[in-house]
Write a protein that binds this ligand. Structure first.
Ligand code: FUL
Length: 440
C-alpha cells in the first residue's frame, strides 16, 4: 500500500492538548464545518491507499456513539448528538476506495475501571461493537502508552498496570480476528506490523522485515534500534510501519500552522520510509472546523507533485539488461524481467549463487537522480548488500551502495551522467530474486 493516512481527532482538537486527561466535557467537541469526505478525498488525491482513525485516544472520548459509555459524540452538541465520525470516515473510505483502519487506545484516562479486569471487558466490548458495526477494517492500531495519572471516573489519581499481562492481548487479538480474519495488527512488536522505533519518519538504512518477537520487551536496551532495523535472522515476518505527523503534534493546534512539513520534507520522509521498504503512515489531523487545514492540503498537493515529477519517466523501462547469470539459463528468469514493468516476473540466479550483477543499458547518456529496486517479496527478503556503478568511458565508477532492499529500495544517484548502470548484488541470504528496476 506504501502510503496510509493517520487521523488524530478528538476533544484534544478543541482543548489544545496532546493527551487529554479524561475529564473533558463531550460538549466541547463541536466542529463547525466538519466534512469527512474532504479528509478522505484529500488523502486520495495525494495517493494514499488507507486511513487509520483514532476512534478513541487516551482521553477515552469515543468518536462513535458507543453503547458502553456516555463519554462520546452522543453527548456532544455536534449534529445534536447524532454524529458518528467512525461511520462517516468508513463511508468516505468506501466512496473514495481507500481502506479503513481503527486505532482504539488501550489506555483510557476517563474510564472508572481502568486498571481492573472490568475495563478489559469494556475494551473488548468496544472492539466487538466497532468490528460488527463498521468495516471492513484492514488494520488495527494499538499504541504503547499505558497507565499514569488521569480522571478515572472522578478519582483523579495515578494508576499503573502490568503491561505484559494486564491486557491479555492474545485473547483480544483472537476476538478481533474472529470478526475480521484478514486484519493486520500494529503494535510495538506486531504481530502484523511493528513500530519503526521513532516518530521522525525514518526506517533503518538496513531494514529487515523479519524480527524475533521474544527479543522485544519494553525497557530493553537498544530496542528502538532493533525495531528500526529488524533482524536478519528473525523468526517472524513483521515489517516496520513508519508513523509520523505532518505537524509537530499528533492533534491539530492552530499555533502549529507554521510547522506543517514542507513538500520537500515529506518527500525526504518518503525516501526514508517507502524508499527503505516500509509503509508510511502519515498523520494529518483535522482542525477545529473539522477540515484538513489549507496548509496541510497544500503540503500534500506539493508532496504529490514532487513524487509525480521525480518518478515521471522511467528510463529503464523495456531497456536491455545483461546479467551475470540467470536461473537454469531459463528465459523466464533472465534480465529482461527486471525492466518489463511487470511486478509478477523476476530475475533470479541458481540456488547457491548469492551474488551477481545487472547491467542496464539506457541507450544514451542521461543525467540520473534515482534508482528504484524491488525484491519479489512473496519469496522473502534475501539481499544483504548492493553497490551501484555507472559506466564512464568504458570503465565502471562507484555511485552508491546500500544494504537491504526488501519490497522497495530507492537510492539517490546524485545526478550522475551515464549511458549504463550496473547493480552488483554483493551478498544475499539465498539466491537473489529481483522483480523490478526503475531509473529516473
Ligand atoms: C502514541 C500516543 O501516545 C500518541 O498520542 C499518538 O497517538 C501516537 C501515534 O501514539 O503512543
Amino acid at each position: 500500500m506504501e502510503l496510509n493516512a493517520f487521523v488524530h481527532f478528538t476533544t484534544n482538537t478543541f482543548t489544545g492538548k496532546e493527551w487529554g486527561y479524561g475529564d473533558e466535557s463531550p460538549s466541547i467537541f463541536n466542529p463547525t464545518e466538519y466534512n469527512a469526505d474532504q479528509w478522505v478525498s484529500t488523502f486520495k488525491d495525494a495517493g494514499f491507499k488507507g486511513v487509520i482513525l483514532t476512534c478513541k485516544h487516551h482521553d477515552g472520548f469515543c468518536l462513535w456513539p458507543s453503547a458502553y459509555t456516555e463519554h462520546s459524540v452522543k453527548n456532544s452538541p455536534w449534529q445534536n448528538g447524532k454524529g458518528d465520525v467512525v461511520r462517516d470516515v468508513m463511508r468516505a473510505c468506501k466512496k473514495y476506495e481507500l481502506k479503513f483502519g481503527i486505532y482504539l487506545s488501550p489506555w483510557d484516562r476517563n474510564h472508572p475501571a481502568y486498571g481492573t479486569p472490568e475495563y478489559i471487558e469494556y475494551y473488548r466490548n468496544q472492539l466487538k461493537e466497532l468490528f460488527t458495526t463498521y468495516g471492513p477494517v484492514f488494520e488495527m492500531w494499538f499504541d504503547g502508552a499505558n497507565g499514569g495519572d488521569g480522571y478515572y471516573g472522578g478519582k483523579r489519581e495515578s494508576r499503573s498496570i502490568q503491561g505484559s499481562t494486564y491486557y491479555d492481548w492474545p485473547a483480544t487479538l483472537e476476538l478481533v480476528r474472529s470478526l475480521e480474519p484478514e486484519i493486520l495488527f500494529f503494535s510495538d512488536a506486531g504481530p502484523g506490523v511493528r513500530w519503526v522505533g521513532n516518530e521522525r519518519g525514518i526506517a533503518g538504512e538496513t531494514n529487515w522485515n523479519t524480527i524475533t518477537p521474544d527479543t522485544l520487551y519494553a525497557g530493553k536496551a537498544g530496542i528502538e534500534k532493533l525495531l528500526n532495523e529488524g533482524a536478519e535472522n528473525g523468526t517472524h515476518w513483521i515489517p516496520a510501519e513508519v508513523d509520523v505527523s505532518i505537524r509537530k503534534g499528533w492533534f491539530y493546534h492552530a499555533e502549529e500552522d507554521t510547522l506543517v512539513k514542507t513538500p520537500q520534507q515529506l518527500f525526504n520522509i518518503y525516501l526514508t520510509s517507502v524508499g527503505r521498504g516500509s509503509t508510511l503512515l502519515l498523520n494529518i489531523p483535522p482542525d477545529r472546523r473539522g477540515l484538513v487545514h489549507e496548509k496541510d492540503v497544500a503540503a500534500l498537493q506539493g508532496f504529490r507533485a514532487l513524487l509525480d515529477s521525480t518518478f515521471k519517466q522511467n528510463l529503464a523501462l523495456n531497456r536491455p539488461v545483461s546479467v551475470s547469470s540467470c536461473r537454469g539459463e531459463d528465459d523466464r528468469f533472465d534480465g529482461s524481467q527486471l525492466t518489463d514493468g511487470n511486478p509478477a516476473t523476476y530475475w533470479a540466479t541458481d540456488d547457491g549463487t548469492t551474488t551477481g550483477s545487472i547491467d542496464v543499458d539506457l541507450g544514451s547518456t542521461q543525467i540520473l537522480n534515482y534508482l528504484v529496486i524491488q525484491e519479489y517479496i512473496q519469496l522473502g527478503q534475501r539481499v544483504k548488500s548492493i553497490s551501484i556503478e555507472a559506466n564512464e568511458a568504458g570503465s565502471w565508477k562507484p555511485v552508491t551502495q546500500a544494504t537491504t532492499i526488501g519490497y522497495k529500495r530507492i537510492l539517490r544517484l546524485n545526478g550522475v551522467e551515464t549511458n549504463k548502470i550496473r547493480i552488483n548484488i554483493l551478498a544475499a541470504k539465498a539466491c537473489p530474486v529481483i522483480s523490478n528496476i526503475e531509473i529516473y
